[in-house]
Design a protein around this ligand. Structure first.
Ligand SMILES: [Mn+2]
Length: 293
């Protein structure tokens, strides 16, 4: 995939509304036969960075559809884009696919995170069917009320364990780079995608503490707001567990984990691990992802 020089909204954010009328560099796969869900949540895509696993996300978007979709923050990485402009065609294709499904009638809610906080100034506005909100309450088909937020709101509280935000930032980015190299190598050997930092997160004591601390604080906030559960992103760790009577969900990320949270039409919630889904696919249909890299 070639690089493009146009970022869809450097000039005017209202361009987003007409963006879906343009053409993607990688044509969208068949719409018929996609897996249908009531709701899909994704976050921490980090468009504008080399860490973003755009090919995997394009594959995901071309295989699923939903009535409603939540973008739970850090979709763009404004911090990295400011430092060094990086915007390959595949990143444009992701924005295009999201705008296109809004045009087709999927109700899309975009909750900017800390890396794309520049979009928070547009809270309350609607760009081509994508509503920008600070937080949201999602009601499941079985009537449960779930608070949806990015999660950086709690960084100040989790300050003593800011593994991703500060001291660990360098180590984290080094690990993401290593993760990319490991997977290029694995791909060459036709081995399935493997997440190094997902592995490390389960091994490193501080990281485990940081994650459980975050999860408890977020669940506590949800409890005080009187909802049944909470859906967050931010810590790049997909999870679903009960904490003090509150259903805690995290939709993970598209940097290494490549996960999404979905609600089925019967209200059942599930975390999809997209690398595993691709690995389970017959070889012929999985080729497009390998070829796109
Ligand atoms: Mn974040």
């Amino acid at each position: 995939m070639g690089a493009v020089t146009t970022f869809p909204f450097t000039g005017d954010i209202t361009d987003l509304a007409t963006f879906a009328a343009s053409r993607p560099s990688l044509p969208e796969a068949e719409i018929a036969g996609r897996r249908q869900y009531r709701t899909i949540w994704i976050s921490d895509v980090h468009l504008g960075t080399r860490g973003c696993n755009a090919e995997m996300l394009i594959d995901f978007l071309d295989h699923v559809d939903s009535e409603k979709m939540y973008l739970v923050g850090d979709i763009f990485d404004g911090w990295q884009l400011k430092k060094k402009f990086y915007w390959p065609a595949s990143h444009n294709d992701i924005v295009w696919r999201i705008m296109k499904r809004a045009k087709r009638g999927t109700r899309i809610v975009y909750i900017p995170g800390n890396h794309d906080e520049m979009f928070r100034q547009f809270t309350g506005l609607d760009f081509g069917g994508v509503k920008i909100k600070r937080q949201a309450i999602h009601t499941t088909v079985d009537g449960r009320r779930l608070l949806v937020l990015h999660g950086d709101e709690f960084d100040a509280i989790t300050l003593s364990h800011r593994w991703l935000a500060h001291a660990g930032d360098f180590a984290y980015h080094a690990m993401m780079t290593l993760n990319r190299w490991v997977n290029l190598y694995r791909r060459a050997l036709k081995l399935p995608y493997w997440s190094l930092s997902k592995y490390a997160k389960h091994k490193v004591k501080n990281a485990v503490e940081f994650i459980s601390n975050f999860e408890e604080i977020v669940a506590h906030e949800a409890k005080s707001r009187g909802v049944d559960g909470v859906i967050a992103g931010h810590i790049h760790t997909a999870d679903h567990r009960m904490i003090d009577g509150i259903a805690y969900y995290n939709d993970g990320d598209w940097v290494e984990g490549c996960t999404a949270l979905v609600e089925h039409f019967d209200g059942r919630m599930e975390i999809l691990h997209w690398a595993d889904e691709i690995a389970r696919r017959p070889a012929e249909t999985g080729e497009r992802v390998a070829a796109a890299a």
